[in-house]
Design a protein around this ligand. Structure first.
Ligand code: ADP
Length: 291
């Protein structure tokens, strides 16, 4: 895939790129279904992640296809959230952590020394398990990121379009000055999605975004995800198998090895994982026999 003219620039100092090593790509031999994705926007190659001496995930090779929803599933503690956070350098904020292997965004190594981690997080946004609006007005929650980035355009229009794209505009348009914390849990999560969208990311990472929501609010978020993938690429961690089956296009199943490091057992189009898995362990997991 060639980076296009619209591909984002994540380097803080492009001129420093000369002489940097070629992007490391892992083995093309794959037994778990990796590297079959068409037009991947993000590629992980042989990624391991350490919290001090503890390796939480190991040898992860995944392609994240553009404008699709990729679900990461697996038993609690197998490293799904950790893996998600390696995709936008969110783990950098945790002391004593280390990444091995390569994570590329439009073929650019996001961990290269010349890359600006803040810009990576702007281009690859994140929505968390528990909705976390700032204790500010609904408007200011959405305007926060653009203001921080020195947005020079029409801010009220950007706030409105972000709230519309997050399918919450109609519910909040008459109370933009009210606190974001006054909203219901499902509305708060959609507000957080609007906040993530407002900085115009290309990829949105979602870490169990519905785990604190009731079934109705969960379905609203799933419907929203289906709309959002027209414009964004989504990677979601979910412990809800029905959600992965309903909402995602591609599923990556992780499990924990004897050393407690998470690894990819199988990855494939979601329909295959749920109806015709190649690995017995996948079948056991998706049919609820463990985890
Ligand atoms: P999952 O999302 O699949 O439940 P996590 O990514 O949260 O798994 O955790 C994977 C492993 O990494 C677990 O053993 C967990 O205890 C460990 N871990 C997660 N966060 C930290 C941290 N900040 N410091 C040390 N260990 C952590």
């Amino acid at each position: 895939m060639n980076p296009t003219a619209t591909a984002p620039e994540i380097t803080s100092a492009p001129t420093e790129r000369e002489g940097t090593p070629a992007i490391r790509v892992g083995s093309t031999a794959s037994t778990d279904g990796a590297m079959v994705a068409i037009d991947p926007v993000i590629q992980l190659r042989d990624v391991s992640f350490y919290y001090n001496a503890f390796r939480a995930v190991k040898n992860i090779t995944i392609d994240v296809p553009t404008h699709q929803i990729t679900a990461l599933i697996g038993p609690s503690g197998c490293g799904k959230s950790t893996l998600l956070r390696t995709i936008n350098r969110m783990n950098d904020l945790i002391p004593g952590t280390r990444v091995e292997g390569s994570v590329t965004f439009h073929d650019e190594d996001i961990y290269a020394s010349y890359v600006d981690a803040v810009e990576v997080r702007r281009r690859i946004g994140m929505v968390f398990q528990k909705a976390n609006p700032f204790p500010k007005s609904i408007y200011d929650n959405v305007a926060f990121g653009p203001r921080l980035n020195g947005y020079k355009g029409d801010l009220p229009a950007l706030v409105e379009s972000s709230l519309k794209r997050a399918a919450i505009w109609d519910e909040v348009k008459d109370k933009l000055k009210q606190s974001g914390l006054s909203l219901s849990g499902g509305q708060q999560q959609r507000l957080c999605i609007a906040r993530a969208i407002a900085t115009e990311p290309e990829v949105i990472l979602m870490d169990e975004p519905c785990s604190a929501l009731d079934p109705r609010a969960t379905l609203q978020i799933e419907e929203l995800m289906a709309q959002l993938k027209e414009n964004f690429t989504i990677v979601i961690v979910t412990h809800n198998m029905q959600q992965a089956a309903r909402a995602s296009d591609r599923t990556v199943f992780l499990n924990m090895a004897d050393d407690r490091a998470g690894y990819v057992v199988e990855q494939a189009p979601t329909i295959e994982i749920f109806t015709n898995p190649k690995n017995q362990m996948t079948e056991d997991y998706v049919s609820g026999r463990f985890g």
